[in-house]
Design a protein around this ligand. Structure first.
Ligand SMILES: Nc1ncnc2c1ncn2[C@@H]1O[C@H](COP(=O)(O)OP(=O)(O)OP(=O)(O)O)[C@@H](O)[C@H]1O
Length: 284
């Protein structure tokens, strides 16, 4: 159990141990004169799958990058497994990154490499001494887990469909057995059936490994289906100084009945007051 675990009362009044992989403490991020994130504090429990939703430009990607140390907060700290990211050396940060698997929106495969070499890449990069027999075993295991046949290994990414490329991206993200998996828009650009295949794979991956997952998505079906918890961000510039930027933090089943009408509008896909704002030329 890590040092930053703490005890809290559960509903029965007993003490339950809460073990967080990530602790975000009063984080704000500013670019130029603009605050993109303001005073965000939250924790992500080990094994939790959390979806981040919210309109374009609200800061989902900036938040995700801050979680993994790609952006240093202007104010506040992010701790990964008890390690405060902005206090780490480059090599310590690289070690933390090797514990994080990224599933990128466009799969981000290397076009000139075979599927086999794409999936093997993080393994070979991370540990030059790993033998080819082990590389082969692990690549084949992870390709099988994402439902890809053996004969894809020699192909190049361009020869596969978008859905297959996403699955290769997931196999590659899993090969180092990460503690954290970050999915950036995992279903964007896929048809509804293939989107559901990816949703099932996200669920299946969680069943197979005790991984913590953060899913940045516009797809409400994905957010509802794969998450234990949903966070809805709102653009900082549209809020008053003391308003919370997280409009919703809870179970996906509670989204429809959220107290805040902006959450209900978002999940139902209703433009609401934006239409009148646009008509008045106020929309940015
Ligand atoms: N490196 C940067 N420098 C300056 N501004 C940035 C930078 N990265 C993001 N921004 C700004 O921060 C805001 C939030 O961007 P972000 O990409 O996090 O939005 P998002 O919620 O992920 O949107 P989308 O759903 O469209 O991907 C935007 O106004 C964007 O222009």
């Amino acid at each position: 159990m890590s040092q930053h675990s703490h005890e809290s009362d559960n509903s029965e009044g007993e003490l339950a141990v809460v073990d967080n992989l990530i602790d975000v403490d009063r984080v704000s991020v500013q670019f130029g004169t603009q605050w993109i994130l303001r005073d965000i504090s939250l924790s992500i429990a080990r094994g939790q799958t959390i979806s981040i939703i919210g309109e374009s430009g609200c800061g989902k990607t900036v938040f995700m990058k801050t979680l993994v140390g790609l952006i240093t907060p202007t104010i506040g700290t992010v701790a990964f497994d008890g390690l405060t990211l902005n206090q780490l050396s480059h090599s310590q940060l690289a070690t933390v990154r090797s514990r994080i698997g990224f599933v990128f929106q466009n799969a981000a495969l290397f076009d000139s490499m075979s599927i086999f070499d794409n999936v093997a890449f993080p393994l070979r990069q991370n540990d030059a001494s790993v033998g080819e027999a082990e590389v082969r075993d692990r690549v084949m295991q992870h390709l099988a887990e994402v439902g890809l046949p053996k004969d894809v290994t020699r192909k190049r990414p361009a020869e596969l469909s978008g859905g297959m490329r996403k699955r290769v991206g997931l196999a590659r993200a899993l090969i180092l057995r990460p503690d954290l998996l970050v999915y950036d828009e995992p279903t964007t650009g896929l048809d509804p059936i293939m989107s559901d295949v990816i949703n099932e794979l996200i669920l299946d991956t969680r069943r197979r490994y005790p991984v913590t997952s953060v899913v940045v998505t516009h797809d409400m079906h994905t957010a509802r289906k794969v998450s234990d918890r949903v966070l809805m961000f709102y653009p900082r510039r549209r809020l008053g100084e003391h308003d919370s930027q997280i409009l919703f933090d809870g179970s996906p089943s509670d989204l429809e009945h959220a107290v805040d009408h902006r959450v209900r509008q978002f999940v139902r896909g209703e433009a609401g007051e934006r239409l009148s704002e646009m008509a008045q030329g106020l929309e940015d």
